[in-house]
Ligand binder design. Sequence first.
Ligand code: ADP
Ligand code: ASP
Ligand code: MG
Length: 408
Amino acid sequence: MSLLVQKYGGTSVGTVERIQAVAERVYKTARDGHQVVVVVSAMSGETNRLLSLANEISARPIPREIDVLVSTGEQVTTALLCMALAELGQEARSYTGSQAGIKTDDSHNKARITNIDTEAVMKDLQSGCVVVLAGFQGVNEAGEVTTLGRGGSDTSAVAMAAALKADECQIYTDVDGVYTTDPRVVSDARKLDRITFEEMLEMASLGSKVLQIRAVEFAGKYNVALRVLSSFTEGEGTLITLDEEDAVEQALISGIAFNRDEAQITVRGVPDTPGIAFQILGAVADANIEVDMIVQNISGDNVTDFTFTVNRIDYDRVSEIVNTVAKELGAADVSGRSDIAKISVVGVGMRSHAGIASKMFQALAKEQINILMISTSEIKISVVVDEKYLELGVRTLHDEFDLAQNSQ
Ligand code: ADP
Ligand code: ASP
Ligand code: MG
C-alpha cells in the first residue's frame, strides 16, 4: 500500500462530468489499496472570474479580502468531489487549507507555506477515508486565510506530499506530461519521460506554467517524487528526477520556455558612480516588485545606461517609481516598453558543451529576429525579443535544437 497525493488542476475539474471522472480515478486508486490525498484547484476560469469581480469594485482590492474571495473557488471543488466520491461508495472528507493544518506566512496573495500539521489528515487516511484538500490556500498565525500565488495548488500538493512523506505526488493536468516546449505553441513538441529538478526549476521560472515554480523548489528540497500526468488519458507522464544520469536521454537542450508577461525599463545617462544600481533597484524592491534581467552599459563619459525587466503587471508602477528616482539622480531620460517577451533554452547538457549561445543567436538572426537583451546561467540562455516574434522564435529554436517528436 502506498500513500499518494493526486492534484487535479482547473480544466480537470472544469465541469460536473469531469469532477465525476476524477472521482472514478480516485476511487480506483483507493480501491487498489492506496491511501489518497486529493488536492484540487478551482473549476477552470473560476479564479479569474472572482478576481474580475474584485476589479469591478476596486482598482486595488485589499489583498486580505482577495484571499477570502479567491479561496472559495477551491472549496467548491472539494465539496463537489467528495459528493461524487460518496456516490461511488467511497468515503471522503473535504478539508480547507486551515483544517488541513497548512500554515503560511502573512504575505497575502503570495504566501509561503511555513509548516503543516498533518494530524487530522493522517487520522482520516488511517481510517480508509480519502482526504480532499482545497489547493492554493493556507492560514497565517492570526488565523486569516492566505493564498499561495497563481498556480499555487501545485505547491499545496507537493508540500502535503512532503509533510506526509507520500510515495509520489502526481500532478494531473490537461497535457500528458512535460514537453520540450508548450505543446499549444509548437504542435510537434515532444513529451519528456524524465526531466531533472534543476531543469524543471529553470523551465518553470522562465515561464513554463505546467508546474508552479515553488512546487518544483519544494519537491527538490524535500526530495518528493513528482510526476506530471494527464487526467484525461492513461500513461506514465513525466517524472521529475534528482538524478542527472537518469534524465532527458542526455540531450544538450531539454526544453524551450517562454514568457509573455514581460516589460522593460531603460534609464539613460545616469552618473557612473557607486550606488546607482542600488538607488534605482532599491526603490523598486521597496515596492515589493521583482526585477528579472538587468543590463548596465557605460554609454559615455562617466554616464551609464541601465535596463531591466519586470513582470508586465508591474510596468506602470515601476515606470512611476523609476521616473521619480531618475529625476533625483539627474538621469537623461527614462523609456520603456511592455510588448516584449522572453525565450529561453534550458539544458544541463550546456555545462559540458560550448557553442549553444552562438547557435541560438544565429538561428534567430536567420529569421531576422532582433535580440533586445541576453542573460545566461550555467544551464540556460534567455533572450528578450519583440513580443510579435515570440512564436516564430520558439519554433525556430525548437527546430534548431532538434527537439521535435520526429527528429529523435
Ligand atoms: P492546471 O490547471 O492543471 O494546473 P495549467 O494550465 O496550469 O494546468 O498547466 C498546464 C498547461 O501548461 C498546459 O495546458 C500547457 O499549455 C502549459 N505548458 C507550458 N509549457 C509546457 C511544457 N513545457 N510542457 C507541458 N505543458 C506546458
Ligand atoms: N485556482 C488557482 C489559480 O487559478 C490555483 C491553481 O489553480 O493552482 O491560480
Ligand atoms: Mg497549474
